[in-house]
Ligand binder design. Structure first.
Ligand code: MIC
Ligand code: SF4
Length: 641
């Protein structure tokens, strides 16, 4: 049997293990990316590893998240990232240059290479045939230092795309269909490989919309083969030399298969507060809209923006709607300004924002109380917009633009024939906003603002772990719940003591106070705990608060690894009865841990209820060692002794 595209790349990069689903493998990482909300911590950790120069083919630090400067903190952190990058051999994409994933597609991504990024939407680069994975900052720091990346070999799922998209039906509708079918947990432990005649009809930005939101399925990553469509895109970016074909063999085998007939899809919407609450737009047509936000790494390409501009052209945004538009990169924004499309947006009344994440991460533009906000983004978790009572719907740029004009959620098919936007034969190329690193050995002073506080490092495992259950939460708790992010909190991503005051507060306002009062303890959770963002702050803040273990019905991939990297035990309930039985403030104890840690299960005593639970501890030897020796940094120091 031949190999699929994903396996071809894994095979080329395999350092340890065998490509058997579920088995631990280690792969070589060619390239890394960081952004500023996770980057400050990632570079502090890189410095803690004591490595002088990055050992990757290319590592890039982007500034795109923490863009509002309503105090010195964000600008201080940017200065830190810029100087630390220069010192250690990392390219620096300046604020204003665009959203990391969009700029990476345009200027840096290379088909067939591996990319590890400290952002959960790193798989966007699967749109040009990279094997691109999101991870915690510490894993990225290790990869920058030349360390391999460990993961369990995912199952490779063939998604056969048949037919063609109808008018007004978009790539967003394809990925929303996937979410509708599979849910936010449906991709755990999987790579989705999109193939078939339908896949060939999709442009690179369309493919990238799909691989981007594969993160919302919980997938390890998603990929489209690198074919002539990718070649044309790279040629138009002046980078044909970076192209190579990465296609599945004709007899390639897959672990699972599914099919989507593109011609059967309708325009769709993900309803509040989860990307998998998907319905047809026709079911929502009388919903009044207060805000529309177009942009984010999901839908901010040149083609997306051109379609929006032509829908808006000659019209005025509904008087009850505030429309914001954030073009994904400076390349996109400049091209819109040069061809006049930007003026269609401005004339229609759009509030054009800088090329950055912006409202997607609650960096401004929080909707009014109880507002309906239509967004072309990828996540609509409760409160992420900065307004807890807001109802955020996820849609295509077409639905967003049409609805901004009508003031109601609107099926764009009623607009007649859509304006056809061609992929440009040549993009506008100017890398003047990317700063080169220093030459090796050059003296660079790293600037550290007062907001940078030491980050907590785990301690080696103790023989007895005891404490109280401080909180109990349900299914699909996101890292936005565990470590909320908005314009007020993002400036403190390098200040864990401050951030910890907000840890888990969207679920339980008293959590930080309870943790302090009881000198730490445990968290109990339902399924898919820690889905969403890669922010390791969702492990660092609990570590700071003295959390020793999280007991969950299941975990999301990146968060689980972030817990282990920071020496926190992720234990899994074997049956739902045990989960149901535990109450907040129950006193738990795990004894004999120095022995128990070597087993596949761990006995947890509930002293309050006089019960015992046999919890799953399904980890690799390397992960076990991280828990034993107090996290990844301590393990690495120990190994290099
Ligand atoms: C997100 O979309 O949630 C973010 C902000 O890009 C995060 C990273 C972060 O929390 O800083 C992500 O997706 O990993
Ligand atoms: Fe930025 Fe939003 Fe994309 Fe995260 S999902 S990288 S916040 S645009």
């Amino acid at each position: 049997m031949g190999l699929n595209a994903a396996k071809k790349i894994i095979k080329n990069h395999l350092v340890k293990g065998e490509m058997i689903p579920g088995e631990e493998i280690a792969i070589k990482i060619d390239r890394t990316l960081t952004q500023d909300s996770t980057g400050t911590m990632a570079y502090l950790q890189f410095e803690a590893l004591g490595i002088d120069r990055v050992k990757t083919k290319k590592s890039i630090a982007y500034i795109d998240h923490n863009m509002l400067q309503s105090g010195p903190e964000n600008a201080d952190d940017h200065a830190y990232i810029q100087t630390v990058a220069k010192k250690h051999g990392i390219y620096f994409s300046r604020p204003g240059n665009g959203i990391c994933h969009q700029v990476n597609l345009e200027r840096f991504g290379v088909p067939g290479d591996t990319l590890l990024g400290s952002d959960s939407h790193t798989p966007t680069a699967g749109g040009i045939g990279m094997l691109a994975i999101g991870a915690g900052g510490l894993d990225v720091a290790v990869a920058m230092g030349g360390g391999e990346y460990y993961l369990n070999m995912p199952k490779i799922v063939k998604v056969n795309l048949k037919g063609r998209l109808g008018e007004w039906i978009t790539a967003k509708d394809i990925i929303l269909e996937m979410l509708k079918r599979l849910s936010v947990k449906g991709g755990i432990g999987k790579i989705f490989e999109y193939v078939g005649e339908g896949a060939k009809t999709l442009s690179v930005p369309e493919r990238a919309t799909i691989t981007n939101m594969g993160a919302e399925l919980g997938a390890t990553t998603s990929i489209f083969p690198s074919d002539n469509v990718v070649r044309e895109f790279l040629r138009a970016q002046g980078r044909e030399k970076d192209f190579s074909f990465i296609e599945p063999d004709a007899d390639a085998s897959y672990d699972e298969e599914m099919e989507i007939d593109l011609s059967s899809l309708e325009p769709m919407v993900a309803c509040p507060h989860s990307p998998d609450k998907v319905v047809a737009v026709s079911e929502l047509e009388d919903v009044k809209v207060n805000q529309v936000c177009i942009g984010s790494c999901t839908n901010s390409s040149y083609v997306d923006m051109m379609k929006v501009a032509h829908i808006l052209k000659g019209n005025t945004v509904s008087e009850d709607v505030s429309l914001t538009i954030s073009p994904g990169s400076r390349q996109v924004l400049t091209m819109l300004s040069q061809n006049g499309a930007l003026s269609y947006m401005i004339e229609a009344g759009a509030r054009v924002l800088e090329s950055a994440c912006g409202p997607c991460i609650g960096m401004g533009q929080s909707p009014s109380t109880g507002a309906v906000s239509l967004r072309t983004f990828n996540r609509n978790f409760e409160g992420r917009s900065g307004t807890k009572s807001a109802k955020v719907y996820l849609v295509s740029p077409e639905i967003a633009a049409v609805s901004a004009l009508t003031g109601y959620i609107t099926d764009p098919r009623q607009m007649g024939t859509p304006f056809k936007v061609e992929m440009p034969a040549k993009f506008l190329i100017d890398d003047n906003m990317v700063v080169d690193p220093s030459r090796a050995g050059e003296d660079v002073r790293v600037v550290r603002g007062p907001n940078i506080k030491p980050f907590p490092v785990a301690k080696p495992l103790k023989d007895v772990l005891n404490g109280k259950v401080l909180t109990k939460v349900g299914d699909n708790i996101t890292t936005d719940h565990i470590m909320p992010s908005n314009s007020k909190l993002l400036p403190y991503r390098s200040n864990i003591p401050y951030l910890s005051e907000y840890c888990l507060t969207p679920c339980d306002e008293e959590f930080p106070a309870k943790a302090k009062k009881n000198s730490g303890g445990f968290i109990v959770a339902g399924e898919n705990y820690g889905q969403g963002s890669s922010r390791e702050h969702a492990a660092l803040a609990p570590l700071y608060l003295g959390i020793k273990a999280v007991f969950a019905r299941s975990f999301a991939r990146i968060h689980r690894q972030n817990l282990i990297n920071n020496g926190i035990l992720p234990l899994v309930f074997q049956n739902v009865k045990d989960y149901e039985e535990i109450d907040v403030m129950d006193e738990l104890e795990m004894g004999d841990m120095l022995k128990q840690i070597d087993g596949d299960t761990i006995i947890v005593k509930n002293k309050t209820k006089n019960k015992e639970y046999n919890m799953l501890f399904d980890v690799t030897q390397r992960q076990r060692n991280m828990i034993k020796y107090g996290g990844l940094i301590n393990l690495m120091k120990r190994n290099s002794l």
